[in-house]
Write a protein that binds this ligand. Structure first.
Ligand SMILES: *Cc1c(COP(=O)(O)O)cnc(C)c1O
Ligand SMILES: [Zn+2]
Length: 504
């Protein structure tokens, strides 16, 4: 719809203005820093940062009902810069001019309700929100759209001449970083560091295809992360890991979309997310809190963060109920099918600690929970979901397994509706499905495939066929007819098909 065709009272608000004062705030010493330069940790105490809008109160000047109309009408606006995460520009990018926005089709991913069979099986009403339907097939694109739009803004305003963007990754961050950086050629180039043998072949192919420089590093993700941190401390590079606070802002869009998709009613809603480096849960908590503080929602949904028993530092931290006695200890990870979340020392832990407290305080009761799941449950639930029409990755399976665990613990009640974060597309993790079907998991995974979930292709070479076609030797005439008929009969027999009755 064209601007002049929108109701008059909405027109002044449809195109957001650049009008805010944003700073980095240190979670360790509370110091504030300007955003004119790229900053990832506090120069004085070394702690992680979050972006803060010092002019946030201006958002509360707009009545909640008007906000709802502004955001809903924006859905009809054909302006590329506002089609993705920046529909929520005032909340996540108020300093970024629209002509600097990089839009590659991210965000506004579908919410798909589970079928009756799955809802009966779990005893829970739930949906998947499929973030695997982002351009690089994971939710990381939300944060990259934000980080690269900001870098593009710096480049355009000549505050940065050219940029080498770097990241360490369990696979999806590098796929996304390489994609968005490739779009900003030649001013922006990218290099990615991957733990050798710890990303899937599909994830490895993505940054290679986008033309990034790809380095494989011995060890696990936490080791690659240390190397990339050393790089960013000593050399002129732009760090694209979720340490970069701009990533968090972009990823808040996931929470805003849920709110908008439920017409701003968060009553009896529960959102379940897998936790790796803890950037995603940070963004989800922060997003719901901002909408609550600006009055767009009247209550906060429950949040459940899920970890595998093989990589569970956040879960372990919150086992201690007394917040003063809690003590964070990194864990040594063991192999996990939720490989994108296989992280023992999450960079965003200080952000989680601060936001969980703020969230529970605002909600007036405990509203953030943590669940732990077995590798076996992750695989079984992922495969079960996908046999019922979903496209969940292993981390999506982790969300579903976490929901089942939370239901057992009474965290989810009968009148709750649960939204599960399927963080990537199933195809990225097809190798784990193969290992399950072929019973090839190394013992460390502790996964025993269930026969009922296995599936195999079956080569059909029907009995009595005289010749089979091949690319070099296609069949013709009688031989071809013989092949077609006998093969069809063999398949009919395997499927136990009944012949058509010809009594017409
Ligand atoms: C990165 C990633 C996660 C973990 O998210 P964090 O922000 O690191 O906690 C989960 N699932 C997938 C598919 C990912 O790519
Ligand atoms: Zn500090």
């Amino acid at each position: 719809m064209k601007l002049e065709d929108f109701p008059e009272h909405i027109q002044p608000y449809l195109i957001p203005r650049v009008s805010a004062e944003v700073v980095y705030r240190c979670l360790g010493c509370n110091a504030q820093y300007g955003i004119d330069e790229l900053l990832y940790t506090c120069p004085s105490c070394g702690s992680v940062l979050l972006l803060e809008d010092l002019t946030f109160d201006r958002l509360t000047q707009i009545a909640p009902e008007l906000w709802h109309q502004i955001l809903d009408y924006r859905r009809m606006l054909n302006l590329p810069a506002l089609r993705g995460i920046y529909r929520y520009h005032e909340f996540i990018g108020p300093v970024i001019p629209l002509n600097a926005v990089v839009y590659l089709g991210e965000g506004h991913t579908p919410m798909v309700e589970a079928n009756r069979h799955l809802q009966e099986l779990t005893g829970v009403r739930f949906c998947f929100k499929n973030d695997g339907q982002n351009p690089s097939a994971s939710f990381k694109d939300r944060g990259m759209a934000s980080a690269l739009s900001y870098i593009n803004f710096l480049v355009q305003s000549a505050k940065l001449p050219e940029v080498l963007a770097v990241c360490a990754s369990t696979g999806d961050t590098s796929a996304s970083a390489a994609l968005y950086a490739a779009y900003l050629q030649p001013q922006v180039k990218s290099a990615v560091l991957l733990p050798h043998g710890k990303v899937t072949p599909q994830q490895l192919s993505q940054p290679l295809g986008s033309g990034a420089r790809v380095f494989e590093i011995p060890g696990v993700f936490d080791d690659s992360m240390k190397v990339v941190e050393a790089l960013s401390e000593r050399f002129a590079v732009a760090l694209l890991n979720s340490k970069n606070a701009w990533r968090i802002w972009g990823q808040e869009s996931y929470a805003y979309e849920i709110v908008q998709d439920f017409d701003y009613d968060m009553n009896h809603k529960v959102v379940v997310v897998p936790i790796g480096n803890a950037g995603n849960i940070t963004a989800v908590l922060s997003g719901f809190l901002k909408f609550f503080n600006a009055g767009l929602i009247k209550c906060l949904p429950k949040i459940v963060g899920v970890q595998s028993t093989h990589a569970n530092p956040v879960y372990r931290y919150y086992l201690e109920p007394d917040r003063k006695k809690r003590n964070f200890e990194p864990v040594t990870v063991r192999p996990s099918v939720a490989q994108a979340a296989m992280i023992g020392n999450p960079v965003s832990m200080p952000r989680v600690v601060e936001l969980v407290e703020a969230y529970n305080d605002k909600a007036g009761r405990q509203s953030v929970f943590f669940a732990e799941v077995e590798e076996q449950d992750i695989m079984d639930w992922q495969l079960t979901a996908n046999r019922n029409g979903h496209i969940a990755c292993t981390q999506g399976g982790e969300s579903l397994a976490g929901m089942v665990a939370a239901k057992k613990r009474g965290i989810i009640s009968d009148d709750d509706l649960v939204i599960l974060d399927a963080t990537a597309h199933a195809l990225k993790f097809a190798g784990f499905q193969d290992m399950y079907f072929e019973d090839r998991f190394a013992p460390e995974f502790e996964i025993v495939p269930r026969e009922s979930l296995k599936n195999f292709p079956r080569l059909v070479r029907a009995q009595g066929v005289r010749a089979f076609p091949s690319p070099e030797k296609p069949l013709t005439g009688q031989a071809f007819d013989d092949f077609v008929q006998k093969t069809a009969e063999a398949i009919a027999e395997a499927l136990n098909l009944k012949p058509l009755s010809r009594n017409g």
